[in-house]
Design a binder for this molecule. Structure first.
Ligand code: NAD
Ligand code: UFG
Length: 343
């Protein structure tokens, strides 16, 4: 058997990173994790190892630490880097912009310096559909104009995309993609890894499952007076396992590009919009438990509706989201029960 290609996965103990590590190993890559556990914990590594039944190499540290990063690049000959590590809470970014610009941009810069210096050919970057703001036309394609960012977090994604574009354009030998995720949900079907929100969740699905598990009293639906069929906001929810597979496909895709410098962006979603009320209804069906919810006022900064055109990723990456919303909700519920130890 040919030797596995080594891939550095920054933020590999996080929600999307941990699932991607599983997908990478299943595709015969050798992922090496670098994570400072600022928004995750080392038990996640145990969960990954439990699923894979093999040990995973990981480094605990900050990807802004050049001495650490260069020692890791000296130790391993990487074929690629998947750069997940970032701070991701939108509200927090408004309160602590310097922390967000500092972490998200500095960690990217260190990674770019490392891939250049150590001649690593491929980079996959975690971007977000937040770069589109509220689009004028739906679904959004990769050509849809990016709007001024609504938060420092969103701005870090926009600026990061521009930085990567410039670095690739400077004739560096680097092939890169920015993946614009829509709304990742779900967990590994084994329920050994999943999303671990710290404190009160901001996102809909963890709030739904925590409410159903009795950890929260009531889910507030943020507004039902939007211009959508049932008045609640619409998003494109994608199963994290589908998203993880897209990272593996992206790496393979980059390896296949014959040019030495290359840059592309891809939307990663399902192409289907689902409203908050539809999520609640599906969850109750899947979990077989009633959900205590009430309709409250709109949340400031929310966009009314967004969903992806995924034609570009389907064609170029030969990838498609395969799992349904119900599968994602069932997997999240199983995960919630595993972590809250509900019989
Ligand atoms: P996460 O917080 O679960 O994972 C990020 C991981 O990076 C964590 O384990 C954290 O400890 C680590 N980390 C953060 N800063 C670090 C640093 N300087 N050095 C080393 N490790 C560091 O987040 P996630 O949901 O898995 O998101 C992964 C990426 O995808 C992020 O870049 C995020 O902005 C992006 N993204 C996420 C979503 C989403 O809804 N989850 C949507 C769009 C884009
Ligand atoms: N919602 C509720 N009640 C809640 C939580 C959310 O009704 O308790 C609603 C929101 O108003 C929104 C929908 O559920 O209409 C989805 O909200 P999320 O917070 O789960 O997701 P967002 O689309 O607002 O934000 C997510 C990520 C951001 C990222 C953005 C675009 O959390 O980091 O997608 O990528 F910037």
């Amino acid at each position: 058997m040919s030797k596995s290609k080594q891939v550095l996965v920054t933020g590999g103990a996080g929600y999307i990173g941990s699932h991607t590590v599983v997908s990478l190993v299943n595709a015969n890559y050798k992922p090496i994790i670098l994570d400072d556990f600022s928004n995750s914990n080392p038990q996640v590594i145990e969960g990954i190892q439990d699923i894979l039944q093999e040990s995973i190499t990981y480094y605990r540290g900050d990807c802004r630490d050049w001495d650490l990063v260069s020692s890791i690049f000296n130790e391993h000959q990487f074929d690629g880097v998947i750069h997940f590590a970032a701070s991701k809470a939108v509200g927090e970014s408004v309160e602590q912009p310097l922390r967000y610009y500092g972490n998200n941009l500095d960690s990217l810069m260190v990674m770019l310096r490392a891939v250049e210096q150590f001649k690593v050919p491929n980079l996959v970057f975690s971007s977000s559909c937040t770069v589109y703001g509220q689009p004028d036309h739906l679904p959004v394609t990769e050509e849809t104009e990016r709007k001024p960012a609504a938060s420092p977090y969103g701005n870090t994604k926009k600026i990061s995309e521009d930085i990567i574009f410039d670095v690739v354009g400077s004739a560096a030998n680097l092939k890169a993609v920015s993946l614009r995720y829509f709304n990742p949900i779900g967990a590994h079907p084994s329920a050994k890894i999943g999303e671990l929100p710290l404190g009160t969740p901001n996102n809909l699905i963890p709030f739904v499952t925590q409410t159903a598990a009795g950890i929260r009293d009531v889910l507030t639906v943020f507004g039902d007076d939007y211009n959508t069929p049932d008045g609640t906001c619409i998003r494109d929810y994608i199963h994290v396992m589908d998203l993880s597979d897209a990272h593996v496909r992206s790496l393979t895709y980059l390896e296949e590009q014959s040019e030495s410098s290359y840059y592309e962006v891809f939307n990663l979603g399902t192409g289907k919009g689902t409203s908050v009320m539809e999520v609640i209804k599906s969850f109750q069906e899947v979990a077989g438990v009633p959900l205590n919810y009430r309709v409250g006022p709109r949340r400031s900064g929310d966009i009314e509706q967004i969903f992806a055109s995924v034609k570009k990723a389907e064609k170029a990456l030969n990838w498609k989201a395969l799992k349904t919303m119900k599968q994602a909700l069932a997997d999240t519920w199983k995960w919630q029960q595993a972590i809250s130890k509900i019989p």
